[in-house]
Design a protein around this ligand. Structure first.
Ligand code: PLP
Length: 396
């Protein structure tokens, strides 16, 4: 028999699986071109051609042990050094390879750092709406997730509620900007306020509170908006970065953690993250793709394609009467449902072959997420369906 914990987790996963099955069933009934699947955050834009070339180049280099062999659990030193320089160039920071741990995507990085920090019962604060997997990652290490209610006005942070929820059990806070599911980018003002609160609370409680900045969407921003680099604002910050979205490589499973020298207990934290990488069974991040991304550090996918999708959907949906904060990054729209019950609303949307994810999956009922990392033509075909859906609620 499987464990009690896994029994619960499998039951909890069934919503997403059911949606996937439903998409297949609808495609069988109506034809794939008449089903509008906005449920997945799988990048639709091709990886830059240079990354494919880089993979081939690495394979042609004749140094098998330095490409396919085991290595330090934190990853190749020269790759980490190149990443540190690239971060320094872009953000005016001073990292070296000793601050970088290569990870199996952001998911791997978050699990490594949570394993590094958490004792059973330690509290991890997240801000609703949030990436639903945080619940599982925190529960992997018997931590307790504490949810700050959303600021529905603009989806920046609800500072008052946050301050009240920090206790002497608070070990870490996870933030994610650009955000999945809202697309909101936390402003510099928000980050400064957050840092002030954390500094005061750390002093008052006498324990470090670690800020984990989950940043897979850092490069996916629109209108030249700046995403503040958090280690510059709060010394106890760990960054979890990933190439899944910036280079459209989610299946390759590659990212890194930044663990700054100023972090409380830096030496122990780095050593523990190294061991956590090994004993979680990753051993090290995949070697070939480490070497390939190191050749493409200043590249990113063509975000103008996502931007076109964003404008098309946002402009039309708001014209049909949907309410939504205009996303500044990532590739999601977080829309207020036209009825209170988000599950009933997404079920109604499904009658129009529109597959959307209920906001309750992100700790924010009453809303739904539309992932626009899809083909632009599919959006054009789906718009009349969104209009019909809005008409169902007219006058109600
Ligand atoms: N964090 C957020 C907010 C995400 O949206 C995702 C994936 O969609 C991840 C982490 C995991 O990304 P990765 O593929 O890098 O593990």
């Amino acid at each position: 028999m499987i464990s009690n914990k896994m029994t619960e987790l499998v039951a909890g996963s069934s919503v997403i699986r059911a949606m996937f099955e439903e998409g297949k069933r609808l495609a069988g009934l109506y034809g794939a071109e008449n089903v509008f699947d906005f449920s997945l955050g799988n990048p639709s834009v091709e990886p830059p051609v240079e990354i494919k070339q880089a993979i081939v180049e690495v394979l042609q280099e004749d140094r098998p042990n330095l490409i396919h062999g085991y290595m330090n659990n934190s990853g190749f030193e020269d790759v980490r050094a190149a990443i540190a320089s690239s971060i320094n160039m872009k953000n005016n920071t001073e990292f070296t390879y000793n601050n970088i741990v290569m990870t199996v995507g952001a998911a791997g990085g978050l699990n490594v750092i949570l394993k590094t920090f958490l004792n059973p019962g330690d509290e991890v604060i997240v801000f609703a709406p949030f990436f639903g997997e945080y619940r599982n990652y925190v529960s992997n290490f018997d931590g307790k997730i504490v949810i700050v209610p959303p600021n529905l006005e603009n989806f920046q942070i609800n500072m008052e509620a946050f301050t009240d929820l920090i206790t002497d059990q608070t070990k870490a806070v996870i933030i994610n900007s650009p955000n999945n599911p809202t697309g909101v980018v936390y402003s510099e003002e928000t980050i400064k306020e957050l840092s002030d609160i954390l500094n005061k609370k750390q002093e008052e409680l006498g324990n470090p509170i670690y800020l984990i900045s989950d940043e897979p969407y850092r490069e996916l921003v629109y209108d030249n908006i700046e995403v503040p680099y958090l280690t510059k604002y709060y010394h106890n910050t760990v960054v979890a970065y990933s190439y899944s979205k910036s280079l459209s490589l989610p299946g390759e499973r590659i990212g890194y953690l930044v663990i700054p020298n100023e972090l409380s207990g830096y030496n122990e934290v780095i050593a523990a993250a190294n061991v956590a990488t090994r004993i979680l069974g990753f051993v090290n991040a995949p070697s070939l793709i480490q070497r390939a991304v190191a050749k493409c550090l200043d590249l990113q996918v063509d975000t103008s394609i996502y931007n076109d999708n964003r404008e098309l959907l946002y402009n039309n949906l708001t014209e049909y009467g949907f309410e939504c904060v205009k996303p500044e990054g990532a590739f999601y729209l977080f829309v207020k449902c036209l009825e209170e019950d988000d599950k009933a609303f997404t079920a109604k949307a499904k009658e129009f072959n529109l597959l959307l994810v209920p906001g309750s999956a992100f700790g924010c009922p009453g809303y739904c997420r539309i992932a626009y990392c899809v083909n632009n033509d599919m959006i054009k075909r789906a718009l009349p369906k969104f209009k019909e859906l809005s008409k169902v609620y007219e006058g109600k």
